[in-house]
Design a protein. Structure first.
Length: 576
């Protein structure tokens, strides 16, 4: 009786903790039961799918006669294909997952007699399938029809899309290449990946050796003094998004009648493009690229955009410039135009690029230069490993630089083995703009003109960490620098090396930092200037079309419009 009474006393005293513990146990049991039910349901669905009737009772043969193409993949037109005959049935591919996953084409496609494609060797992927190779059991077979033609293209200059179904030219192996083929969305992108991998496996994609010149020497800082023959700069701005007001503010800060401004707007930013065209109409030394590209983070398209801009600028005989400086809309000057011109005039034969340091092997691994990449479908696909050409000293660091007219002309027009080989090497590299110009200059006859300073300060804060921000567009881990805030501006004052620009500044994050720099360089705005302390950005313009909005934005904007109209109809308050 005493024990029972004591037990009841303890139960009444601790009944709330006991009830909470029992509730937690019950919830955990329900979660485990739900997960087990989901797994059993998925297993049952897979079992049902494997028992679906096969409407094609016999495995069809891949007829390579309609897929003849050139063996060479070099040049702008990489591969010519002949259309499949209309009297042939649609091609069906087979996937079987075994111990070694690769694709072997028919013998006739490799120069031998025609043979039915062995199912266990196929490695053509259905982009709509959510199954990964690691999820399939060995020996399982999946049959599907290849993707229909007419899918969107990719970066300019890539292998042309075939007019027939996708048939790789060689056996494809390697987990990176197989994963990229499995995840690529369009048939053209898969064909490009297959062409590149086949050429790489044959040792015909990359140069094996490249010439190497002498080491570069560092340059001591030269005092700024008055110059009688000042240099003229061409600023190449690569912009995207909708921050038109911030771009106008940057252009105002760097504008001078003796300089030139060439602006490339991302192909996806139509609103920005329309606004930039209006700006260019106001000034004779501001022009917009007549072509546009989609430039993604880490993509080969950015280097291609720079090289094409350089080619355009060299052909503009009415623009006589001495230095090429690239900027983005998130940059801002830290010194005046007079200081920049005086410094560059004292160093008119020097090229300014920031190096990563002396640990060359670590830089190669970190940048993924020993890996093969290809850009298509607005994505950088990792396709496997590759080797660095012998005799080449790879360098790199920042993709923001100031280059002389002489070096730009050498990079664009030179046909020597070094430049042509590096263009080929960096076509299939991750973050090529961060290394291409460094490596060309460091290995060329102009290596002594290299100065290890890109004239910028970047707000890297490693203590905050570096998350993999771009996994959705790059098969690699990368991140961007932090945005400047007023408390970060002290870094600019503490630098001993000459700097003339800083990045990044985002008006949507903090506009005060831009205000501080702008006031320091050019003084306060006149009293009464509208919206100096505010920031406005257009989220939608009628010319964009309703199709540019997703369902969430369309619902929110429509609701906002209705509320605004109702407020005006009431007439209770005046419109501000």
């Amino acid at each position: 009786m005493v024990a029972s009474s004591r037990l009841q006393k303890h139960f009444r005293r601790y009944k709330l903790p006991i009830a909470a513990g029992l509730t937690i146990l019950l919830i955990q049991g329900l979660v485990v039961w739900s997960l087990r039910s989901l797994e059993e349901g998925e297993s049952e669905r897979k079992h049902r799918r494997s028992k679906l009737p096969d409407h094609n009772e016999q495995e069809q043969k891949l007829d390579p006669a309609g897929f003849e193409r050139q063996n060479s993949l070099s040049g702008a037109n990489l591969g010519q294909w002949r259309q499949q005959r209309h009297d042939q049935p649609p091609v069906t591919a087979i996937i079987r997952h075994g111990p070694r996953r690769r694709y072997k084409p028919p013998l006739k496609d490799r120069g031998g007699a025609q043979e039915e494609l062995p199912a266990e060797k196929a490695a053509i992927y259905d982009p709509s399938s959510s199954r990964n190779f690691s999820e399939a059991r060995a020996g399982d077979a999946i049959k599907f029809h290849l993707v229909a033609p007419g899918e969107p293209g990719s970066v300019e200059g890539a292998p042309q899309v075939p007019n027939s179904d996708f048939v790789p030219k060689c056996e494809i192996w390697g987990k990176d290449a197989l994963s990229a083929l499995h995840r690529a969305g369009s048939r053209q992108c898969r064909q490009e990946i297959a062409n590149i991998v086949c050429q790489h496996q044959a040792g015909k994609l990359m140069p094996q050796t490249l010439p190497h010149a002498v080491q570069h020497q560092d340059l001591a800082e030269i005092d700024i003094s008055k110059i009688e023959n000042p240099v003229r700069v061409v600023f190449v701005l690569v912009v995207h998004g909708r921050s038109v007001r911030q771009l106008r503010r940057l252009l105002k800060a760097i504008y001078h009648r003796d300089h030139f401004y060439y602006i490339h707007v991302d192909k996806r930013s139509n609103y920005m493009y329309r606004e930039v065209l209006k700006m260019a109409e106001l000034y004779p030394n501001v022009r917009v690229t007549p072509w546009r590209m989609v430039t993604i983070w880490g993509g080969a398209s950015l280097l291609k955009a720079y090289l094409r801009s350089m080619l355009d600028l060299l052909s503009m005989l009415d623009w006589n410039w001495d230095f090429f400086i690239n900027l983005s809309a998130t940059d801002f000057p830290t010194r005046t135009n007079d200081e920049l011109v005086a410094f560059l005039s004292q160093n008119r034969d020097k090229n300014f690029l920031k190096s990563h340091g002396r640990e060359n092997a670590r830089f190669i691994k970190k940048q993924g230069l020993d890996r093969l990449f290809h850009e298509c479908d607005n994505h950088m696909w990792r396709l496997g490993e590759r080797s660095i050409p012998e005799g080449l000293e790879v360098s790199g660091g920042s993709d923001w630089f100031a280059l002389t007219h002489t070096f730009v002309e050498y990079v664009v027009h030179s046909q020597d083995e070094l430049v042509s080989g590096l263009k080929q090497f960096y076509t299939y590299a991750l973050l090529p703009a961060e290394s291409f110009f460094h490596t060309v200059l460091g290995n060329s006859h102009m290596c002594e003109t290299l100065v290890d300073n890109n004239l910028r300060v970047t707000n890297w804060n490693r203590k905050l960490g570096c998350k993999c921000q771009y996994k959705h567009i790059v098969d690699w881990c990368g991140c961007s620098p932090n945005d400047f805030k007023p408390s970060d501006l002290i870094r600019i004052q503490q630098l001993t090396r000459p700097t003339f620009f800083a990045r990044k500044f985002e008006s949507t994050v903090n506009q005060e930092a831009i205000e501080v720099l702008d006031t320091h360089l050019y003084g306060q705005y006149p009293p009464g200037t509208v919206a100096v302390k505010a920031y406005w950005e257009s989220l939608f313009e009628q010319a964009d079309g309703i199709s540019s909005l997703n369902d969430v934005a369309l619902t929110a904007y429509s609701s906002f419009f209705r509320l605004g109209l109702r407020k005006q109809e009431s007439g209770s308050e005046s419109c501000r």
